[in-house]
Ligand binder design. Structure first.
Ligand code: FAD
Length: 442
C-alpha cells in the first residue's frame, strides 16, 4: 500500500491569483489538502520565436508571486515545464491524486489539452472538475430563446444584462479556506533560462485600476492621446485580477465600460461555439476574397511606415510597448484589410506576437470585425478613413506627436496607397467576391 498522502490538485492556467478564484475555491472545499500546480506548456512556448517575450516574463513574475504567497502559508506551488499530458503522467506517479480542479478555458487548443488530461485521469478514476472563472457567463448560459448561441452582440448584451444577478458578481472567499493548502516544503521553480527564455524589458501596467478612468470612460475612451482606458487587458488575460471584481465595479460606475466586458464574454462565447473562426472567416463567403497580400506593404504597416500618421502611431506604439489603444486597433486593422487588401490573418498573427494583452477570442473577434468577415462585423463597404479618424480622435495631435514625431517633416514617408483609390478597390473587390460566392450557391 502506498504511504503517500491523498491530495487534490488545483491546476492554475489563466487565473494567476489565489483570491476570488472559483476553481481553487472548489478545490479548497474538497476533502483533501490541495497542491496548486502550474505548467509552463512547451507546446505553447515552443511557438514563441522571441525568447524575451514579455508575456512569458509576466507569467513568470506572477508565478513567483504565487509561490511567495503559498510558501508564507507553509505550502507551495508545484511548477513544471513540458508537455501537459506527459507532466500529468509524472504527477500521477509522484502523488496520490484523488481529485483535480481547474477553471475552464474556451480556446480550441485548451479544450483539446483538457480532454486528453480528462481521459488520462478518468483511466485512474480521478475526477477532473472545471469551474467558470474567467468570464461572467459562459457556454450556454446566455442563448437565444431557442437555445442557440447568439451571433449578434446587441441582443446578446441585452440578455446578458437581464440574466445578471448579484450572485454572478460575488467574490469567492478563497482566503477562508487557505488552511486546506497542502503543507509542504517549498518546491523548486524552473528558471526562465531553463525554458530558453530571458527577462524582457517590458513595463507592465498596474493591476490596481484607476477608478477615475472607469468613471469617465464613456466620455474619454476614444481618445488615444490621453490615458483613457484601464490597460487591464493583460491582467484579465492571465487572471491576475478577477473579472467578477471588475464587472461589479463597472456595474455601479460605468455602463459603457460594462459593455466592453460584455464584448469580452461575447467573443469567448463565439470562440467556444464556433471554433472554426480560429483559422477561417466566421462567414464562409469572406474566405473567397482575393487578398492582394503585398509583402512590402505589410512590412510598412508592421513598421509604422505607411505614411498615414494614425496608423503609423498605432503600430509604433504596439512595437514599442505591447499596447495599442482600441480606437487605433480598429483603424490599423481596417487599413490593413481594406486599404491594403491584406488577409486579416496576417494582421491577427502580428498582433498575437506583439500584444501584451493578446487573447485569441478578442483578437480574432476584433480582426474579423474589421475585415467584415466576423459574426457581428462592420459591413464590407464601411472603410475607415484614417485621416478623418486622426482629425476626430487625435485633434490636438498628442498621440501622433508622441509616436511619429517626424510626421510633418520631409523624412516622413508618402502614403503607400492613395485613400480614395484604396477605398474603392476594397469595396469593388469585396463586392465582386461576395456576389460570385452568392451566385455559386444558387
Ligand atoms: P479597456 O478599454 O480599459 O477595457 C477593459 C477590458 O475590457 C479590456 O482589458 C478587455 O479585456 C475588455 N475589452 C475592451 N474592449 C473589448 C473588445 N472590443 N472586445 C473584447 N474585449 C474588450 N482585446 C484583448 O483583450 N486582447 C486582444 O488580443 C485584442 N485584440 C484586438 C484586436 C483588434 C483588431 C481590435 C479592434 C480589438 C482588440 N481587442 C483585444 C479589444 C480591445 O482593443 C482591447 O481589449 C483594449 O484596447 C485593451 O485595452 P484596455 O485594457 O485599456 O481596455
Amino acid at each position: 500500500m502506498s504511504n503517500k498522502k491523498n491530495i487534490s490538485i488545483f491546476w492554475h492556467r489563466r487565473d494567476l491569483r489565489l483570491h476570488d478564484n472559483a476553481g481553487a475555491y472548489n478545490a479548497l472545499k474538497s476533502d483533501f489538502p490541495v497542491l496548486p500546480l502550474f505548467i509552463f506548456d512547451k507546446n505553447i512556448l515552443d511557438k514563441l520565436d522571441n525568447k524575451e517575450d514579455a508575456r512569458v516574463h509576466f507569467i513568470y513574475k506572477n508565478i513567483q508571486k504565487l509561490q511567495t504567497q503559498l510558501t508564507d502559508m507553509g505550502s507551495s506551488l508545484l511548477v513544471k515545464y513540458g508537455q501537459p499530458l506527459e507532466i500529468w503522467k509524472e504527477i500521477l506517479d509522484d502523488y496520490e491524486v484523488k481529485e483535480v480542479y481547474t477553471n475552464r478555458d474556451y480556446e480550441p487548443y485548451a479544450q483539446e489539452r483538457d480532454k486528453s488530461v480528462y481521459e488520462l485521469l478518468k483511466e485512474k478514476d480521478i475526477s477532473f472538475k472545471g469551474a467558470k472563472d474567467q468570464v461572467i457567463f459562459d457556454k450556454n448560459e446566455v442563448t437565444k430563446d431557442d437555445g442557440k448561441p447568439y451571433t449578434v452582440y446587441t441582443p446578446y448584451s441585452r440578455k446578458w444584462r437581464a440574466a445578471l444577478t448579484d450572485d454572478h458578481l460575488k467574490s469567492y472567499p478563497n482566503n477562508d479556506c487557505f488552511n486546506n493548502y497542502l503543507k509542504t516544503k517549498p518546491l523548486p521553480l524552473p528558471t526562465l533560462s531553463d525554458m530558453g527564455f530571458k527577462l524582457s524589458e517590458a513595463d507592465f501596467p498596474d493591476k490596481e485600476f484607476d477608478e477615475d478612468i472607469i468613471e469617465q470612460y464613456a466620455e474619454r475612451r476614444n481618445f488615444p492621446g490621453i490615458q483613457s482606458t484601464t490597460r487591464l487587458g493583460v491582467h484579465l488575460r492571465f487572471g491576475t485580477i478577477s473579472i467578477r471584481q471588475l464587472a461589479a465595479y463597472a456595474k455601479e460606475h460605468s455602463d459603457t465600460f460594462l459593455n466592453e466586458l460584455i464584448w469580452r464574454d461575447f467573443y469567448h462565447m463565439i470562440l467556444y461555439h464556433f471554433p472554426h473562426v480560429e483559422d477561417n472567416a466566421f462567414r464562409a463567403k469572406y474566405d473567397t476574397i482575393p487578398w492582394v497580400n503585398n509583402e512590402a506593404h505589410f512590412k510598412a504597416w508592421c513598421e509604422g511606415k505607411t505614411g498615414y500618421p494614425m496608423v503609423d502611431a498605432g503600430m509604433r506604439e504596439l512595437n514599442e510597448t505591447g499596447f495599442m489603444h482600441n480606437r487605433v486597433r480598429m483603424v490599423v486593422a481596417s487599413f490593413l484589410t481594406k486599404h491594403l487588401l491584406t488577409d486579416w490573418r496576417w494582421g491577427e498573427a502580428y498582433f498575437a506576437e506583439k500584444l501584451l494583452d493578446f487573447d485569441l477570442a478578442a483578437n480574432n473577434g476584433g480582426w474579423q470585425w474589421a475585415a467584415g468577415s466576423g459574426c457581428d462585423a462592420a459591413p464590407y463597404f464601411r472603410v475607415f478613413n484614417p485621416t478623418s479618424q486622426f482629425d476626430k480622435f487625435d485633434k490636438d495631435r498628442t498621440y501622433v506627436n508622441t509616436w511619429v514625431p517626424e510626421w510633418e517633416t520631409a523624412e516622413y514617408p508618402k502614403p503607400i496607397v492613395e485613400h480614395k483609390f484604396a477605398r474603392q478597390r476594397a469595396i469593388d473587390t469585396y463586392k465582386e467576391a461576395l456576389s460570385n460566392w452568392q451566385e455559386a450557391q444558387s
